[in-house]
Design a protein around this ligand. Structure first.
Ligand SMILES: [Zn+2]
Length: 344
């Protein structure tokens, strides 16, 4: 049985199962069909928009031996790419605790990139989150991009285009991914995911048009993360700095990545600040359903302490673009917040 698109892993997608990005899909298909596909592309834009799914879908579209573009093509190429067992598919992604793409990986890739495809029409490199390449790795991949073998197609994704070397950017065709209109996202949640109109609307608005986060919200992932964070922050309040390592680890474990953890923390302290400044306007809260418990927590702190905590989270956003383990970054952030709130 074929899974519904809400249960699909990124590598299982075809263009037809990805929501939105119609112009990019059309463009990519035309390139392939007319034999004018560039040797290297960078899919860029904020996370949660479907860039990785798109990269897999494109890899399938290039090498499909069945009826191209079928929702669930079962040709050997599409099937093997979905199972990541396709000989002519090479994957690059951040690894290890620091989540980096290391030069050794690129060297391996350089060697096998030269060999002509065994199974497919083209040999394909899918490189994910490539802003996390070390400088050495970036320089090595540049060599492949400078003189690509004719049989090689390199598809890279990044959430931060400007963290890539300009020389890499200039050798690739850039495809920019933008958030989806709220209406389109809402309809997709209702139609493909059987989510109620009301929840779909809320998820589409809260996620600001990002399908990945919208699904998290609609499925209650956000709820789980929020509960975990609330418990950990309560622990910090109770035991002070003695508990900070544990709490940083707890929040990191409960969050998908640093950006998600920081965004949850920012919403949390922003809501507390709203409650201290305009307690009568509960409709301004983002975590509206938690108004009662948040009011009790807000009373412990001064508006200045909460304001400084929010400001510090915003000022430290740059950490999400650095190669740093989530729990260590959170340690620094919680240390700041702890100091600001202690003064409260
Ligand atoms: Zn196929």
């Amino acid at each position: 049985m074929k899974l519904g698109s809400w249960e699909m892993e990124r590598h299982e997608h075809q263009f037809e199962s990805i929501v939105g990005h119609d112009i990019l899909k059309k463009l990519a298909k035309r390139f392939v069909e007319s034999g004018t596909l560039p040797n290297a592309m960078i899919l860029h834009g904020p996370s949660g928009l479907g860039k990785k799914s798109f990269a897999y879908a494109l890899a399938k579209f290039i090498n499909c031996t069945g009826e191209r573009g079928l929702l669930a093509c079962e040709c050997p190429a599409c099937r093997k790419i979905a199972h990541q067992t396709y000989i002519d598919l090479m994957l690059l992604k951040p690894e290890g605790p620091a989540r980096t793409i290391r030069i050794e990986k690129i060297r391996e890739l350089q060697d096998s990139a030269l060999i002509t495809p065994v199974e497919g029409k083209k040999k394909i490199v899918l490189g994910f989150d490539v802003e996390r390449m070390s400088l050495g790795a970036a320089n090595s991949i540049l060599k492949i991009l400078e003189e690509p073998p004719r049989h090689l197609i390199t598809i890279l994704t990044t959430n931060n285009l400007h963290n890539l070397l300009p020389t890499i950017r200039s050798r690739c065709m850039l495809l920019r991914f933008s958030p989806l209109p709220v209406k389109e996202l809402k309809e997709w949640l209702v139609m493909s995911h059987k989510i109620s109109e009301k929840s779909a609307e809320m998820a589409a608005v809260l996620s600001e048009g990002h399908p990945g986060p919208a699904l998290d919200i609609a499925r209650g992932e956000l709820q789980k993360r929020r509960e975990n964070m609330a418990q950990e922050l309560e622990m910090l309040e109770k035991h002070g700095f003695a508990a900070i390592f544990r709490v940083a680890h707890g929040i990191a474990t409960g969050s998908k990545d640093l950006a998600t953890a920081m965004s949850d923390l920012l919403v949390w302290y922003r809501d507390l600040l709203v409650l201290r400044l305009v307690p009568e306007n509960k409709d301004l809260l983002i975590n509206r359903d938690m108004a009662e418990s948040l009011t009790k927590i807000a009373d412990r702190y001064t508006p200045q302490g909460l304001y400084d905590s929010c400001r510090s989270l915003l000022e430290r956003q740059f950490l999400t673009q650095r190669i740093v383990p989530t729990n260590l970054a959170l340690l620094v952030i919680l240390n700041d917040i702890g100091m600001f709130l202690k003064k409260s």
